[in-house]
Design a protein around this ligand. Structure first.
Ligand SMILES: [Zn+2]
Length: 366
């Protein structure tokens, strides 16, 4: 009997997961400083839509950000690759930076404050505001001129996603057949980003460019919105070797919530991934369990210190069931707790890891 009881006690932690009440989940959620690496609502605000409005809101609004407990949000200064042909990439980047600085931050000072350092992210939280940060998406924004990096840095830009969907003169994109690496100009651009303290974002780059960047960068690098290729095999996700290499350098993988990034089922049924499917085909929606699997995978192969959040809200068409928009982050907290992530793990994943990474980039710049 005694032996049976002991056996029962030993099995208890394996069989009976702790049940978390809503209050306990929200207490853990609020204890974390939630930093999201990528949001594309800027493509709407630049056309005049007000982020304070719930009318026509998609994944992001002030109300939804507040409900979901976002502490800091990187907004994408996204520049379409179409500007490579037409000219005007730098001008477009300036318009996108302006919609963040003016339409989002200056128009809503009770809710947002522009942040450019890890310390300013923490100060924003103490002031009860959401830290708004700027990341350029698409290195064509600098029009092959490394000097523009300094100009953009002075406007508050703190990361640049090196490529979007087209090869540049100096770096290759994951969306192109011809795999291009970094050339001499590309290495000069990385060196200048390191010198300034602008974070190097490898989301969207080709595998060859990825490995060249890992070698060229003095500072740790990160992906602002990519998930694990082992779970959804698309070029935009990272292989296990790439994830380990980012971790070894002290960087970070901020997980993209787009259904195709999360679930192989979604990728296989998505017209975006499979152009032969009819354009109006709907991809299968990913689940919260499939999202959590990416956190578990990266924790297993690299460690909990190298995971972050990079939703891509308002930049993807399909979002997972239970994580439909920025108001739903607490559902992820519950799912992670139920899968055995500790409150400390969650505080690292949501913001602690990013702050460590950002400080390391700031340090390397000095
Ligand atoms: Zn993107």
């Amino acid at each position: 009997m005694r032996r049976l009881l002991l056996l029962g006690l030993c099995l208890l932690p394996l069989t009976a997961q702790k049940k978390w009440s809503d209050e306990e989940v929200m207490a853990v959620h609020r204890s974390a400083l939630l930093i999201d690496g990528h949001n594309d609502v800027t493509s709407r605000t630049v056309r005049g839509w007000d982020i304070a409005s719930e009318k026509d809101a998609r994944h992001t609004s002030i109300g939804k950000l507040r409900a979901g407990g976002t502490g800091a949000q990187f907004f994408a200064a996204y520049v379409s690759v179409n500007f490579i042909d037409s000219g005007g990439s730098a001008r477009r980047a300036l318009e996108m930076i302006d919609t963040i600085r003016h339409d989002i931050v200056a128009r809503h000072p009770d809710h947002f404050v522009l942040a450019t350092t890890a310390a300013e992210i923490e100060a924003a939280r103490r002031a009860g505001r959401i830290a708004a940060l700027i990341g350029i998406e698409g290195g064509h924004a600098i029009e092959n001129e490394p000097r523009l990096l300094r100009a953009f840095y002075d406007l508050g830009v703190r990361y640049m996603t090196l490529t979007h969907t087209r090869n540049l003169d100096w770096a290759g994109s994951s969306a192109e057949k011809e795999e291009r690496g970094l050339n001499g100009l590309g290495r000069r651009i990385i060196a200048e980003m390191n010198r300034l303290g602008m974070m190097v974002d490898v989301a969207h780059v080709s595998d060859r460019t990825f490995w060249d960047v890992l070698e060229a960068s003095r500072a740790p690098v990160f992906s602002s919105h990519s998930s694990a290729r082992a779970l959804s095999n698309i070029p935009r996700n990272l292989s296990d070797d790439q994830i380990r290499a980012i971790a070894k350098k002290g960087g970070l993988i901020m997980i993209n919530l787009g259904c195709e990034f999360i679930s192989q089922r979604s990728a296989d049924t998505s017209p975006w991934i499979n152009p032969s499917l009819p354009k109006n085909a709907r991809c299968e929606q990913a689940t919260l369990e499939e999202v959590v699997a990416h956190f578990e995978h990266i924790r297993r192969i690299a460690g909990v210190d190298f995971i972050g959040l990079g939703s891509d809200f308002d930049g993807v068409s399909c979002t997972p069931k239970g994580l439909e928009d920025v108001s739903k982050w607490p559902n992820l907290t519950r799912a992670l707790l139920e899968r055995g992530f500790s409150p400390d793990d969650i505080r690292k994943i949501y913001g602690g890891n990013f702050l460590r990474f950002m400080r390391a980039v700031e340090q390397a710049a000095r």
